[in-house]
Every structure is written in C-alpha cells, then in structure tokens.
Design a binder for this molecule. Structure first.
Ligand code: PEP
Ligand code: MG
Length: 533
C-alpha cells in the first residue's frame, strides 16, 4: 500500500529498490566494556593476527619486514596495556593513543630516517585496529543491485567512500540537512537524495520499491502504477534538460551584460576531476583531499598522495587545481585514527586545527602537493581558518617543506598560490587581514552557514535555520567579497550555495566571479549565467 514520508528537499528524482543499512555493533561495543583483562586479551589476539599477516607479507617486501619488527616491539604493546589498565580504555582507544605517542617520540628524534617512520607506525597500528574492529571482511555495500536506494540512519563520508555509485540510484537518511555530506556527495555524483526523513528506518524495508522526490522532499514507498508512470516521465524530462544544457557546457559563461564568470568543479578524487572537466569545468575549485585518506587502511604516504595530486594536476593542465588540505573531524572521521570523543565536534578538533597539531601528517601532505605543483597549476587552501595566526602557521609549514625540497633538489612551483577557506564567522570579520596575506579566498557556505547561524548542518530539527539565504549569511558573503575585491585577490565560492539555482543571479550581483560546483551542476549553472535566469 503506497504511503509517503516527508524529508528535507535535497537533490534529484530516483526510482529504485530499498537497501536498509543496519549497522553492526562494533567490536569495541560488544567487548566487555570496562573489563581491562578482556580488552588486553582482545588487543593481544589482534596483535598476534597482525604479526601473522605481516610475516606472510614480509617474505616479498622489505617494508613489511620493518612493520613486523614494529608490531613485535614490546614498547607498543606496553603502552597499549598501560592505557587499558590505568585509564580503562577500550583496546581500540588505547591503541589509538599509544600510536600517537610512539609517532610523537619518532617525530621528536634528531634523525631524518627515524622521523620519517611515523607513517609506518600508523600503518602497523591501522592493521591491528582493523583486525580489532572486525571490519576486514565486512563491506555492507558489497553486491548492491543496480538501481538501489540506500536507506540509513546516517551516512558518513567513510560510508559513501565504500559505495559503488554505478549501482546506487539514491540516498535516504533519517538525519542530515541540505549541506550535510551525504547531500553534497549525492549532488556531486548526480544521484537523488533525501535527508532528514525521520522514521525511514522504521517504515522502510530492504526490497521495498521507492521513489525519491528530492525536489518536493518526499519519499514514496510502494508507489502505485500511476505514480510510477508520473515519475518515470519526470525523470525523462530531467534527462532531456540535462542533455540540452550539456550542448554548450564547454563554452565560457558570460552574462548578458558581458561579464565573464569562471565556473570550476568540486571533486573528491581524480576520477571526479576528469568528470568535472568533461562536464565543462574550467579547473577545480575544491579538491576534497580527505577522501584520499578514507580509501585505505592507513594514512596515505607521500608517494600515494603525490601520485593522486599529480594525476589531477596533469588532467587540469594550465587550469587551476585547488586542493583543500585535510579536513577531518566534525562529522568526518578516519576509521584508523583515534579521535577523543568531544562534546561539540564541529567546534572542536577539525580541519586546519588537526593539521597544525600533527606536523608530520601535514608535512607529508604539503610535500606531496608541492611536488605535484611542478606538473600543473596547483593552488592550496586551508580549511576552517579562524585566525591570522593559523594562516601564518600553515604558511610556515609550507615554507619548511619548500626548504626541504630545495635541499633535496626536487622541483615545485615556487609561486604556488595559498588560499583561505572562509567558513567561520571569525574569518569573515578579519577578512581584510586575511586578504592582505592570502592569494585567494574560497567561501565554504556549508560550514559558514552552520557557524553563522549556530545551527548544526547535520541536524534536521534546526535545518530551518541552517539556511544560506538567511540575511546574516548573505551579508557575511558580501563582506568577504568586498574585502577580497579591496585587496585585489580572487574570491570564489565552493559551498553548495554556488550550485543553487535560486542563488545564481544574486551571487553574480554581489560580485562573485568564480563558482565551484559538483560536476552535474556545471552545465546548468553556465546556462543560468548566460541566460540571466
Ligand atoms: C563548505 O563548508 O562549504 C565546504 C565546501 O566544505 P565541506 O562541505 O567539505 O565542509
Ligand atoms: Mg567546510
């Protein structure tokens, strides 16, 4: 029997079959909580399995022999045991803390080789952590049928990183708002989404036929034939519109008054860079580098990152590739990295704050980016900047990396542009001071809106406040553009507002000259700029 559940209008239309994601209790939750003997036993069992895996791998690869040695080092086991016994931590938490302590010790050593071994320590700990959490064999999205609509309480970027989007027609979540990551990912992939659908986990079962109406904010369960036909026709007309806009997608976007507007793409990986350029992007305005960190079992090393940034830079050629440095924390976790639980994660340890607190991790990324800058037009921007001091500190780390590369005789772009993401009210108020130091701004309206309005971007109950059209947010944008123009630096926008059809003319009128949007939004945006609609 057909029924409808309301959610927050998000993106697109989809017709498909439900897969309802039931989370397994994590190994940490099922372990005898607070029982140090049980936790120590779990740790040792995982350690032994990690050593067995490593000794099999060590036969072919010297690096794994070194990892085996690290796993067997009594210092690591001792630190983990100590934390379990004294602080009553779970095995996973104790391992995370011990890992950071060992890395800290290595990083402080006066020996370049040993200092460089922190990636290996993290890799070993990630292996043990993976075994501990029992995640090795479990991919909840394996074997999805084409046309699946995934229904979940919540979907984190680390969940969507595992999905094969050629089989996913849409995403439905009980939590979230228009700027939560699940909504952004759906728009970037060109699939439908509905968030804030309270009750979807109770009312939908795997195998149900579903229609997502992301324009009206409705999830239709078990549609009758007439409703099915209506939405099939709507999908067809959307396809034809997209086809019409795509015809002149590669041509520049010039307003009827003759003003040239730059349209860049948002991407999370090299494949999406290619898709954005094919869709008409004049470069990349936001490369969300954290997705590179979500693909493997451990932090990606310098070579892995360099290969990805270089490939993206080469695809862009002379066009800009704007890479945002690691933006984790808030709602973006790395499965292999331990984060202390925080009362207010979005106000806590995230983005540039993490990078500045973990200089080794930051240096690895910056070295990879600088090396890639020799192969294209790479720009680097820092997320969540709240003070001039943070920008200065980040710039100083870039300069240290430049000096290292000079000493090693490695090529990079000495004139690489460093920019600031404007995502905090603090950055808005000091935009003039930041503009005097940075080469460009990029306005991240998703975070800026949640911070200006003090309304969590993932909480559907305050979604009515988390509105980028609110005068407070619009004034902030105007202030930032004015500060940038006065200082003569470029200011773009890479938050979701840039792709919102209702905002295009308003933003052009405010003086925005550079939009950065997900690949499916590029052609329609250029069309709106040209036609003044
Ligand atoms: C933003 O906050 O607007 C932004 C582009 O960054 P993210 O959505 O990845 O936090
Ligand atoms: Mg942001």
């Amino acid at each position: 029997m057909m029924f409808t559940i309301r959610g927050i209008p998000t993106a697109g239309i989809a017709v498909g079959t439900a897969f309802v994601l039931q989370r397994r209790a994590s190994a940490a939750a099922t372990a005898a909580a607070g029982d140090p003997v049980a936790e120590a036993g779990r740790f040792h069992a995982a350690l032994e399995r990690a050593k067995a895996e490593l000794s099999a791998l060590a036969e072919g690869e010297a690096v794994f022999a070194a990892h085996l040695e690290m796993a067997g080092d009594p210092m690591l086991a001792g630190l983990v045991e100590g934390r379990i016994a004294e602080k009553h931590l779970s095995a996973e938490q104790a391992l995370g803390e011990a890992c950071e302590e060992v890395c800290g010790m290595f990083a402080a050593l006066d020996d370049d080789y040993l200092r460089g071994r922190t990636d290996d320590v993290r890799d070993v700990c990630a292996r043990i952590g993976r075994i501990l959490s029992g995640e090795t064999a479990h991919d909840p999205f394996a074997g999805l049928a084409p046309g699946t609509i995934v229904v979940a309480d919540e979907l984190a970027p680390s969940d969507t990183a595992q999905m094969d989007f050629s089989r996913v027609a849409g995403l439905v979540t009980a939590h979230g708002s228009v700027t939560s990551h699940v909504a952004i990912i759906a728009r970037n992939k060109g699939i439908a989404a509905l968030v804030g659908v309270a009750g979807c986990m109770r009312q939908v079962r795997t195998g149900d036929r579903l229609i997502i109406d992301g324009e009206r904010g409705e999830l239709i369960v078990d549609p009758d034939p007439a409703t099915g036909r209506k939405y099939a026709a709507r999908l067809e007309s959307l396809r034809q519109d997209a086809f019409r806009c795509a015809a002149d997608a590669q041509a520049p976007a010039v307003t009827p008054a003759g003003r040239r507007i730059t349209v860049l793409g948002n991407a999370a990986n090299v494949d999406e860079v290619r898709r954005a350029l094919d869709a008409g992007a004049e470069g990349i305005g936001l490369f969300r580098s954290e997705f590179l960190y979500m693909q493997g079992p451990a932090l990606p090393d310098e070579e892995t990152q360099f290969a990805a940034y270089r490939a993206a830079a080469e695809l862009c050629g002379a066009r800009p590739l704007t890479v945002r440095t690691l933006d984790i924390g808030g709602d973006k976790a790395l499965p292999y990295m331990h984060f202390e639980p925080e009362e207010n994660p979005f106000l806590g340890w995230r983005a540039i704050r993490v990078s500045l607190a973990m200089p080794e991790l930051f240096r690895t990324q910056l070295r990879a980016l600088l090396r890639a800058s020799a192969f294209g037009n790479v720009r680097v921007m820092f997320p969540m900047i709240a003070s001039v001091g943070e920008f200065r500190a980040a710039k100083a780390v870039v300069e240290t990396c430049m000096a290292e590369l000079d000493a090693e005789g490695v090529a990079y772009d000495r004139d690489i542009a460093l920019g600031v993401m404007i995502e905090t009210p603090a950055a808005v108020f000091i935009a003039d001071e930041l503009a005097a130091r940075a080469r460009f701004f990029s306005i991240g309206t998703n975070d800026l809106t949640q911070y200006v309005m003090a309304a969590d971007r993932g909480n559907p109950r305050v979604a009515y406040l988390c509105d980028a059209f609110d005068p407070a947010v619009q004034r902030s944008i105007g202030m930032v553009l004015d500060a940038a123009h006065r200082a003569g630096i470029e200011a773009g926008m890479c938050g979701e507002l840039a792709a919102d059809p209702r905002a295009t003319q308003r933003l052009v009128a405010l003086g925005l000259g550079e939009f950065s949007v997900g690949p499916p939004a590029i052609a329609p945006l250029k069309h709106r700029i040209r036609t003044d609609k």
